[in-house]
Design a protein around this ligand. Structure first.
Ligand code: ATP
Length: 289
């Protein structure tokens, strides 16, 4: 028995840190949306009860450290599943890039195993389980557009933003999310206008979506990675309507309305930074075509 799931990347339209909680997590507020760049997860039932991960990517572990493995283990243990699973990951999303690739693989594994192991869990239940694996996994279970609060696990779904193109550029050096949060100085940040962004999305107002992009983690990642600032400037010079770093970075994205402009930005960045993609912003739940 076999099933497959799409595991799309996300970008942050906003990312705000409100305060540090007594449990040492940061209380955050962020609006994220799904883009058309995805890993593909294939799941095959194993009758010997084992969980196995396969991937040709040299950047991710193929053992119990893999977030997809952890998702399978959690379901197996919690619901006393006797079957095992072989998880094949076709990795397309850059790793340690601020695009939630690992979280999306875990979420896709939860969705796929819910079907394959006939668990009949609701999306809300899967999102709750996802929060035990990582803060971004709950959002990735929905993989639409959403406001995320708490440490990222309290999700309110939003309408999809108006269609547009996203140019993604990833510098060579990955970034550790944990170390970025550790270096954040809460006295030195300018908070993004989350309510302004919510209103812009409700009104399907592309201009105000562009005007309200904001990510407080840029205050940590930009000074340490001059390439990130250079890419932002290059994107604006080539005609991006707005630019922002996603998550803890280092991936930068630029928004444009027309594909021709996206390709112009793509061409201006090729050779300038390690990896560039032109994708569509989707903002709605994704299934395999
Ligand atoms: P986020 O935006 O949620 O902070 P990220 O995009 O910055 O995440 P990921 O690509 O999810 O980062 O990878 C973070 C770490 O998780 C990497 O160091 C990687 O080794 C580990 N990891 C474990 N499983 C996976 C997976 N299936 N895909 C990618 N990374 C994984």
């Amino acid at each position: 028995m076999y099933t497959a799931e799409k595991a799309p990347a996300k970008i942050n339209l906003t990312l705000d840190v409100l305060y540090k909680r007594p449990d040492q997590y940061h209380e955050i507020e962020m609006i994220m949306t799904t883009i058309d760049l995805a890993d593909r997860i294939e799941l095959y039932v194993l009758s010997d009860g084992k969980i196995k991960v396969e991937s040709e990517s040299r950047f991710i572990p193929n053992d119990e450290r893999n977030l997809a493995y952890r998702a399978a283990k959690l379901l197996k243990k919690r619901f006393l599943v006797t079957d095992g699973v072989r998880i094949k990951i076709d990795k397309q999303i850059p790793v340690a890039a601020g695009l939630a690739g690992g979280s999306s693989d875990a979420a896709a594994t939860l969705r796929g195993l819910n079907r394959l192991w006939k668990l009949n869990l609701s999306t809300e239940q899967l999102a709750e389980l996802g929060a035990e694996i990582g803060s971004d996994v709950s959002f990735c279970v929905y993989n639409s557009t959403a406001l995320a609060k708490g440490r990222g696990e309290i999700i309110t779904e939003l309408p999809a933003p108006p269609p547009c193109w996203v140019v993604l550029a990833k510098p060579a050096q990955g970034v550790s999310t944990q170390s970025v949060y550790q270096s954040l100085n809460l006295d030195k940040i300018t908070h993004p206008d989350t309510n302004g962004m919510l209103k812009a999305i409700e009104n399907s107002d592309y201009k105000n979506i562009c005007a309200n992009l904001g990510n407080v983690l840029e205050t940590v990642t930009l000074p340490k990675n001059p390439e990130v600032m250079q890419i932002k400037q290059q994107m604006l010079k080539s005609g991006a309507d707005a630019v922002l770093m996603s998550g803890s970075g280092p991936t930068v994205y630029g928004l444009v309305k027309h594909e021709s402009r996206a390709i112009r930005i793509y061409n201006s960045l090729r050779g300038f930074c390690e990896e560039v993609h032109v994708v569509r912003m989707l903002g709605t739940r994704q299934t395999l075509d």
